[in-house]
Design a protein around this ligand. Structure first.
Ligand code: GRF
Length: 186
């Protein structure tokens, strides 16, 4: 059995999608959701789905307290599904090549500090890109710079708003993120 801990700061639609995908899989357990944002939609999802939820602050992440919680719960993989803080060195070192992030653009384009959520899609439209996509990658100590595992793209039309682009990306995220995780961990 592989234990997956999911980190999320926002709505948590990817977290729920991943949970649903592995329901009934005897080899994979979504063991907990970790969240830094008391306003996040993922909190209600975790409660509804009965997934243990851990709330933490920046100090706990930096001090290694979060790593201790992950280790105490026999975590094998860490999945960042819309998690907005930088992962500190202590966590990267505790889980080498076992932390995976999804980014809503075709890295290395539109990545880095401050490039998240609607900022990404606004930049894609402002730049008149003709395509965007999703990137699933390993996590290191720098925002959006770890080795790329998987990318998928979609066309951006001249008439697309940032919201249109976001919707296209979310369809791909929900389709591919669970599958890519499955291939990695099995
Ligand atoms: C996704 O677009 C993901 O790529 C980005 O944050 C968003 C999270 O959405 N990093 P949700 O919270 O899973 O709905």
């Amino acid at each position: 059995m592989k234990n997956i801990a999911i980190f999320a700061s926002g709505s948590g639609s990817n977290a729920e999608r991943i949970y649903d995908y592995f329901q009934g899989d005897s080899e994979v357990n979504i063991s907990m959701i970790l969240c830094n944002n008391p306003e996040a939609g993922v909190i209600a999802r975790a409660e509804r789905l009965n997934i243990p939820l851990v709330m933490f602050d920046r100090a706990a992440l930096k001090s290694g307290e979060v790593v201790r919680i992950l280790q105490e719960n026999d975590t094998d993989w860490v999945i960042l599904a819309g998690f907005l803080w930088l992962i500190p060195k202590n966590m990267v070192e505790a889980f080498p090549n076992k932390i995976v992030n999804i980014h809503p653009a075709l890295l290395p384009k539109f990545g880095g500090k401050g490039m998240y959520g609607h900022f990404v899609h606004e930049a894609v439209v402002a730049n008149k890109e003709t395509e965007s996509g999703i990137t699933i990658h390993f996590v290191n100590e720098h925002y959006d710079e770890g080795n790329i595992i998987f990318q998928a793209s979609y066309p951006v039309l001249p008439t697309d708003s940032p919201e249109d682009v976001a919707k296209k990306g979310q369809v791909l995220e929900h389709e591919y993120f669970p599958k890519v995780i499955e291939e990695l961990i099995k």
